[in-house]
Design a protein around this ligand. Structure first.
Ligand code: HEM
Length: 196
């Protein structure tokens, strides 16, 4: 958690145009000191990836990305679901009476409060979207939170509906080549944390 907090603070600094704090370099070296030896362990999946061309420094960078991907997102996902269950007694009773509804409750929670409200993308070609001209290379901020409440896809979109037939159609884990690789792990963690 110390590494993670240091990286989060560093990202805020760099994003604001300030220099990388020395604490971040020290935290990255400390992370590397733990991650690099695991590459050479017998049967390590990382060894396989390195043999296929993934640089050892990239392995450490990806470990840092995993901290970003896996900590606050899942915390938020579990807490949002519990908040909904505890604030809507009817919902809690329904899930208690039929625990098979829990996976759909997880999806509804993700749909209504995705951990990443927006993702950034760069247009790969010129396009026109809802009357807006987008040129190749333009940065585009995509609101996953808005897509998840699109009334054309989710009728009565602001309602937490545990019986919604298409709740898994949300975009909380994004879409395309950089969609969340851990979406099923995150779902499983949330199911385990909230199981009756
Ligand atoms: C509620 C839980 C989670 C949500 C809502 C979530 C959401 C997302 C989203 C929206 C992206 C795409 C970001 C982008 O394109 O800019 C993403 C990427 C990623 N997520 Fe998750 N995530 C969750 C949990 C996790 C967990 C538990 C891990 C790891 C253990 C993880 C690891 C990653 C990684 C490594 C990426 C980058 C993938 C890439 O760039 O190719 N995520 N996640």
């Amino acid at each position: 958690m110390r590494w993670y907090s240091t990286f989060v603070a560093a990202v805020s600094e760099v994003t604001a145009g300030r220099p990388l704090p020395p604490a971040a370099t020290a935290a990255f070296e400390s992370l590397a000191g733990h991650v690099l030896p695991t590459i050479d362990r017998n049967g390590s999946l990382l060894a396989d990836a390195v043999a296929r061309g993934l640089g050892r420094d990239r392995v450490v960078s990806n470990a840092a990305v995993l901290l970003f991907g896996g900590i606050e997102t899942t915390e938020g996902m579990i807490l949002n679901l519990l908040w909904h269950l505890l604030h809507h007694p009817g919902l809690l009773a329904a899930v208690r009476a039929d625990p098979d509804l829990l996976p759909n409750a997880v999806e509804e929670s993700l749909r209504l409060e995705p951990a990443a409200a927006v993702v950034d993308r760069y247009a790969t070609r010129d396009a026109e979207l809802a009357g807006a001209a987008i040129r190749r290379g333009d940065p585009v901020t995509v609101s996953l939170a808005a897509a998840n409440r699109d009334p054309a896809i989710f009728p009565d979109p602001d309602t937490f509906d545990v019986h919604r037939p298409n709740s898994r159609q949300h975009l909380a884990f994004a879409h395309g080549p950089h969609f969340c690789p851990a979406m099923d792990l995150a779902r499983l963690e949330t199911l385990i944390a909230s199981a009756p």
